[in-house]
Structure formats: structure tokens, C-alpha cells
Write a protein that binds this ligand. Sequence first.
Ligand SMILES: [Cu+2]
Length: 115
Amino acid sequence: MKRIIVLTATLLSLSAQAPSVAAMVAKNFTVGYTKANDISQKSFAMKTGEKVHLEVNPTETGAGCMSSIMVPGLWNKPEPLVKGKKIVMEFTPQRAGTYKITCAMGVPRGVINVH
Ligand SMILES: [Cu+2]
């Protein structure tokens, strides 16, 4: 009987911790990229303090001005868009606001709303 009570108490404490455990798991966004359509999703909603895994899978290699991608304020390193080369940006937004998804020189191609 004592064992059951201990187990129940353990389960209760685990479920009480569930929200913080959930906060540790990254929220996934996976998008494609082609030259004609750019990134396949252009608008994203994220939460402050919630880890994000943002993945871009280019099926074509970018050219010219928009051949790299970055998110100033969230991912400040321009990543080249190269056919077949997965780009992974992992970050945890700290401040609410609107962040532009851009090329290396800051031309906008999408938006991330953090709230
Ligand atoms: Cu550019």
C-alpha cells in the first residue's frame, strides 16, 4: 500500500512538472524552398521562452540577392540556400515582437511573430 502511495505521489509530481518539460521540447517548423516561391511558409507564430527548431529544405539552389536566409534578432548568421542542404536554425525567442525573415542584406521574405 505504501508503495502505491509513493508511486501516486511520483506520478502527481511528474504531471505537475509537465509544462516545464514541454517547454524544453523544441517546437518544429519545417519549410521548403524553391527559387520561384522562396520559402514555402512565410508567416510564423512563436512564443517567448519556447525553443524553436526551424528547418529549411531547399530543393533548388538560391541565386543572387535572396540566395541566403537569416532572421535578424533571432538567427543572425546568413545561411546559404543550397539544393539538398538542410538548414537548421535553433533558437529560443526571448522578446516579443515582429522579426523579419530576410536575405543576408536584409530584404524581407517572411515574418515571425513572437508573443
Ligand atoms: Cu538580398
